[in-house]
Ligand binder design. Structure first.
Ligand SMILES: Cc1cc2nc3c(=O)[nH]c(=O)nc-3n(C[C@H](O)[C@H](O)[C@H](O)COP(=O)(O)OP(=O)(O)OC[C@H]3O[C@@H](n4cnc5c(N)ncnc54)[C@H](O)[C@@H]3O)c2cc1C
Length: 411
């Protein structure tokens, strides 16, 4: 990224178009999702907006240009995610499955695999979905742990020129697909004879072999269709193995670099919305006193601290997404900082903004608590900060020749 912090005319246009789409389709969706108690019906509410986004070319915009899509730079992605996540982060997470599930395909897929697995997401219509099936209900932070630890429990048993996959997967958006027969593409982290591996199952392999055991009822991000599913005798051609058996640990870690960076931007969106509400309250409410509460130094200071942390998280996240999408060798470190610092900053900032507003904020009808519910997800999704992300940073620190100045280019 050239060191300029001014959006280009094209990025200004992207921001405008993204904001218009969000105001036209996502604001009402978010309200409908808040009112719908059933997790499955809630997730289905997103489908019309999803189809509109596909028609408008936004899904193709998630696929890198060399693979037939129209993805722009990391800063472009940050602008789009922020605008949409302000209204409905759940919608963005649901749509962004290919951002994780297809990364290993780009990295090691054969030309034939790339063409087959990417094709559904280049469509101009419909609502194609992808799932990165990494998480398992018994825990996944130690998915790479060798025996006698359980590590990854889902198995891929060779049977002639097929694998037969069995196991239980959890949490990933759209594991059941829209109709319970699975997504268009599911990248499955599983244990093959050669070790942890990635195998791609397509809908034709999944239909009739996905048992939906449980739908999670999330406190925030309520429109995400997150479920526990049993994969029962899913027969997938061995030609759908990505790379080699045993390569799955490295490929899985790489798959979550861009999405980890994006958590910084999701965090910014939640803070931005919460700040807007608290700032308006502080400049208009006197709470029985003589002046708007922003005239009290303590209130203004709390807002100033929040604003500084929002702006710094936004810049960090732009940098991290730029690094992730441009193939910067230090992308993992940038993604980790955006993920860990961004997510924990959002929880702290929104908690403080609730205190600025006071007791009125402690009401689900007041539009502030909902952003804390979103923010509370960010330290634990996309690899929890404690179980996965800080450990990755420790691995970087202890790797041979680690240079603390390399990521910034200041070495
Ligand atoms: C909306 C949403 C979307 C999601 N999307 C996806 C997706 O697309 N794909 C997917 O596969 N998953 C998805 N998830 C799940 C998510 O990525 C989790 O971060 C992932 O399952 C790992 O959780 P965890 O780190 O808490 O692991 P767990 O294994 O459950 O660990 C739990 C806790 O134990 C501790 N712990 C465990 N091991 C260690 C260790 N070695 N060192 C230190 N502490 C440890 C940590 O405190 C950790 O937080 C999603 C979840 C949600 C809510």
């Amino acid at each position: 990224m050239p060191v300029s912090f001014t959006l280009s005319p094209e990025q200004e246009q992207l921001k405008k178009v993204a904001r218009q789409f969000a105001e036209a389709h996502l604001r009402d969706l978010a309200a409908a999702v808040r009112d719908e108690p059933d997790p499955a019906r809630r997730a289905a509410l997103a489908r019309p907006a999803f189809e509109k986004a596909v028609e408008a070319g936004f899904l193709k915009g998630l696929i890198p240009v060399p693979f037939g899509g129209a993805a722009g730079s990391g800063v472009d992605a940050a602008v789009l995610i922020e605008e949409w996540a302000c209204h409905s982060p759940d919608f963005v997470i649901s749509m962004a499955g290919p951002l994780i599930a297809l990364v290993p395909v780009y990295q090691v897929g054969t030309p034939e695999q790339i063409e087959r697995f990417v094709a559904p997401f280049l469509a101009d219509g419909g609502a194609p979905v992808a799932a990165m099936a990494y998480s398992e209900p018994g825990g996944s932070a130690n998915f790479d742990a060798p025996a006698p630890a359980e590590g990854t429990r889902t198995t891929a048993e060779p049977d002639g020129d097929h694998y037969v996959i069995n196991g239980t997967k959890a949490w990933a958006s759209h594991l059941p697909g829209w109709d319970g027969d699975g997504p268009d593409v599911m990248t499955i982290v599983c244990r093959a004879p050669g070790g942890v591996s990635l195998v791609v199952a397509e809908r034709e392999h999944l239909a009739g072999h996905v048992d939906v055991e449980h739908l999670y009822d999330l406190p925030g991000l309520r429109g995400c269709l997150t479920a526990q599913v049993r994969l029962r005798d899913v027969r997938v051609p061995r030609a759908n193995l990505l790379g080699a058996e045993g390569q799955g640990v490295e490929l899985t870690r790489n798959a979550f670099v861009g999405s980890g960076a994006s958590i910084g931007t999701f965090s910014v969106a939640a803070m931005r919305q919460a700040f807007d509400v608290a700032y308006r309250f502080a400049t208009t409410e006197r709470r029985g006193g003589a002046v708007p509460i922003i005239s009290h130094q303590a209130v203004s200071d709390a807002l100033a601290d929040a604003k500084a942390r929002i702006e710094s998280t936004r810049l960090l996240s732009w940098r991290a997404l730029d690094a992730a999408l441009s193939g910067d060798p230090n992308a993992l470190e940038w993604a980790l900082h955006a993920k860990v610092l961004g997510s924990e900053t959002a929880v702290e900032v929104i908690t403080r903004l609730i205190q600025v507003v006071g007791v009125s904020a402690y009401d689900t009808a007041f539009p502030l608590q909902r952003h804390l519910d979103e923010a509370l997800a960010y330290p634990v999704i996309e690899g929890s900060n404690i179980g996965v992300r800080r450990r990755q940073m420790q691995s970087l620190f202890t790797s041979a020749g680690y240079d603390p100045l390399a990521a910034s280019g200041m070495s």
